[in-house]
Write a protein that binds this ligand. Structure first.
Ligand SMILES: O=C(O)CCC(=O)C(=O)O
Length: 295
């Protein structure tokens, strides 16, 4: 089956979220994992040469190695988001056909990759043993609308959250509030991360959105969600990507959106990672004044 079934689309439209199972194959994800492993190795060796890392843990798995290195030197995780290291494999994945077939079922055939996108290495956390996770690690209750600018209110911006390892109650997954998206925007505040103000937090039983590697949690921009704690021994790697309709406001106009699929004008699709990197580098030079989130 290409994309989503009608029942899945109805579930998404009704509940405001969907866990789409087994969309991505190992062949889709492995190039991203390989690239991350190379990046981790490069950083580890540089920090080792500076005497900041004693043990390289070369033979550890993708799921474990970063945590072991991070415990020796947190600097290894600095500037490790998608728009920081701008890797070829991640760029190609943003236009992955299996992923976009799903996106197309919800947004149509003219698609833009939204620049609000993150790579997260959620580190293992044991009470008392490690520092409290920060708000990038354990994102509090919020709607993704809150991290966009108001000029995108008319845009349908959909979040596609996908783990590179199994995301479970133990490794840390998403928790979502079903059906609440129909309330529209709830007031947020900045304290403790961008989060829904306590008086507007809906009294709804959340769904624990456990998600196997290869599956995707899809949420609309008004679906309250948060990230749960990783109490396992592995790193919960994930990508959270967003897409919108070509030509619609992205909610982050200072950063580059780009065409990933177009039935009408296929020549618009950006296929060169170098051009994507240039767009980001130029955007960073024009570094915006003011805040990126609406609160
Ligand atoms: O990955 C997580 O734990 C949280 C991600 C999130 O809240 C988001 O993608 O908006």
């Amino acid at each position: 089956m290409k994309g989503l079934t009608i029942d899945q689309i109805i579930h998404y439209q009704t509940e405001g979220y969907l866990i789409a199972e087994d969309v991505l194959t190992d062949e889709d994800l492995q190039p991203v994992i390989d690239e991350l492993e190379q990046e981790i190795d490069k950083r580890a060796r540089a920090l080792h040469a500076e005497g900041k890392i004693a043990e390289l843990h070369e033979h550890e798995s993708f799921e474990r190695r970063f945590a072991l290195l991070h415990a020796q030197c947190p600097e290894i995780g600095k500037g490790f988001d998608i728009s920081d290291y701008l890797g070829d494999a991640v760029f190609r994945f943003l236009g992955n056909d299996h992923l976009l077939d799903v996106v197309e079922c919800l947004l149509g055939s003219e698609l833009s990759c939204n620049p609000i996108q993150h790579l997260r290495a959620k580190l293992p956390w044991k009470p008392g043993a490690n520092a409290e996770p920060d708000y990038f690690q354990n994102v509090p209750w919020h709607q993704d609308c809150a991290v966009t600018s108001v000029d995108s209110d008319a845009s349908e911006i959909i979040t596609f959250w996908l783990p590179l390892v199994n995301a479970t109650a133990e490794t840390g997954c998403m928790e979502v509030m079903p059906e609440v998206s129909k309330l529209g925007y709830l007031k947020h505040r900045k304290e403790g991360g961008t989060t829904i103000v306590p008086e507007q937090l809906p009294h709804v039983q959340p769904v624990l959105a456990e998600c196997r590697k290869g599956s995707i949690v899809i949420m609309n921009k008004y679906t309250p969600h948060r990230g749960t704690t990783n109490t396992s021994d592995i790193v919960r790697w994930s990508l959270d990507l967003r897409y919108h309709k070509l030509g619609a406001q992205s909610g982050r106009s200072i950063h580059p959106s780009f065409a990933v699929r177009s039935a009408k004008q296929p020549e618009l699709v950006l296929t060169q990672a170098d051009k994507w990197r240039t767009l980001w580098q130029e955007a960073k030079l024009r570094r915006a004044e003011g805040k990126l989130h609406r609160v």
